[in-house]
Design a protein around this ligand. Structure first.
Ligand SMILES: *Cc1c(COP(=O)(O)O)cnc(C)c1O
Length: 397
């Protein structure tokens, strides 16, 4: 199928839940994608912070091929080596003691929400079931995850949503304190809000949330589905702050493109998930965990997190210069290679023009350009995008 045929057929047989750009991709390598006709694009989206090691990373591809020859799937009724090794790596490299594997970010958050309820139920306090989440947050599209999401547009048409979620503005510790009551079980937040606009926490905010959780016995849940796996210049974003959460969810970059999610928790909390409490058929199947093991091994060998810190600082610096030169830019925000540029006007037109010039970026909340390239992006590739953006911003200022 050529691109035109593919788009025409897809638009007639696939649900229209995604408003797609008129391009088909058939090959990727590093930060470059190609369409079937051979046209190249430099990718600053990376499948929305998924392909951190770049497209079709040879190490990941090899691990998948090798594992596929031996065993794709059994069941979590049995043990497998890749799942065990990946869980041990995650435990060894985070605050957590135990891992529950699933297939997506929404499912990881679903597991976290269930674990919070089960934890208090097991403690004989089933009345403590409410979770305080943040305005403008994003936690996924399953019923519980969307109920926890602080954006009305995500919930529209799906009422009634799950009960037991309260919302407060991100970065407002007083509002959070005021919301806590005898029924509150947990606080759920992204350490840096992704879909909400690459919104960073104010100094001391997350530490203050941690203190509040300690004082009230609430659990602190971090959704690191977007910020995890090196994206912000630390393996996990919580490492930027002087605290650790009780529960953390991962997905996106964990498998560099294979569907895998994980919910990590401290021992005293994880024990509420005993035999039969929660399950999923494909969670941590050999093929996806073998891929994720190749991801974490490559990250260590190629010092990807350190690289991200350096390249991210370089990229942010170049964007800051653009912000000075173009009045249309309101600010530049983010950490590592999770960067945003807020415009005083519409961002979709900029995305479209970038694409016409061979660069993929995306726009969130209408006016915030998001840059989440593979963490292996090179400075010269960043330079070429900056030249392109400079030109475009110059024409719309
Ligand atoms: C993408 C995302 C999710 C949802 O992940 P899915 O794999 O699409 O279900 C949840 N939380 C955050 C912070 C995300 O960025």
């Amino acid at each position: 199928m050529n691109s035109a045929e593919t788009m025409k057929t897809a638009d007639s047989v696939i649900t229209a839940t995604y408003k797609r750009f008129p391009v088909v991709f058939s090959k990727g390598r590093g930060a470059t994608l190609w369409d079937p006709e051979g046209r190249a694009f430099l990718d600053f989206v990376a499948g929305i912070a998924v392909c951190n090691l770049g497209h079709s990373h040879p190490g990941v591809a090899r691990a998948v091929a090798e594992q596929a020859k031996n065993l794709l799937h059994v069941s979590n009724l049995y043990y497998t080596v890749p799942q065990t090794r990946l869980a041990a790596w995650l435990v060894g490299n985070s605050f957590a003691d135990r891992v529950f594997f699933c297939n997506s970010g929404a499912e990881a958050n679903e597991a976290a929400i269930k674990l919070c309820r089960k934890y208090f139920s097991d403690k004989g306090q089933p009345q403590r079931f409410k979770i305080i989440a943040m305005e403008r947050s994003f936690h996924g599209r399953t019923m519980a995850a969307l109920s926890a999401t602080g954006q009305d547009k995500i919930k529209k048409g799906f009422s009634p949503v799950l009960a037991g979620f309260d919302f407060v503005p991100f970065n407002d510790i007083q509002a959070l304190k005021a919301k806590v009551d005898a029924e509150t079980a947990a606080v759920l937040l992204e350490p840096i809000q992704g879909e909400g606009g690459i919104r960073c926490p104010s100094p001391g905010y997350l530490e203050a949330v941690r203190e509040l959780c300690d004082a009230t016995g609430m659990l602190m849940v971090f959704d690191e589905v977007q910020t995890g796996m090196g994206r912000t210049g630390k393996l996990f974003a919580y490492e930027h702050f002087n605290m650790v959460p009780d529960i953390m969810t991962l997905a996106k970059a964990l498998g560099n493109g294979l569907p895998i999610g994980a919910m990590l928790a401290k021992e005293g909390v994880a024990e509420a998930f005993g035999a039969g409490a929660h399950a999923t058929t494909f969670g941590g199947t050999p093929i996806v965990t073998a891929a994720a093991l190749a991801v974490v091994t490559t990250m260590e060998q190629e010092r990807i997190v350190e690289k991200c810190r350096v390249t991210g600082a370089y990229f942010k610096g170049r964007l800051a210069v653009l912000a000075k030169q173009h009045a249309i830019v309101e600010d530049v925000r983010g950490e590592g290679l999770l960067l945003g540029m807020k415009l005083k006007g519409d961002g979709d037109a900029v995305v479209k023009t970038c694409m016409e010039k061979g660069f993929l970026i995306n726009c969130i909340q209408g006016n915030i350009l998001r840059f989440s390239p593979p963490l292996i992006i090179q400075e010269k590739e960043i330079d070429s995008l900056v030249v392109c953006l400079d030109e475009i911003l110059g024409t719309i200022s």
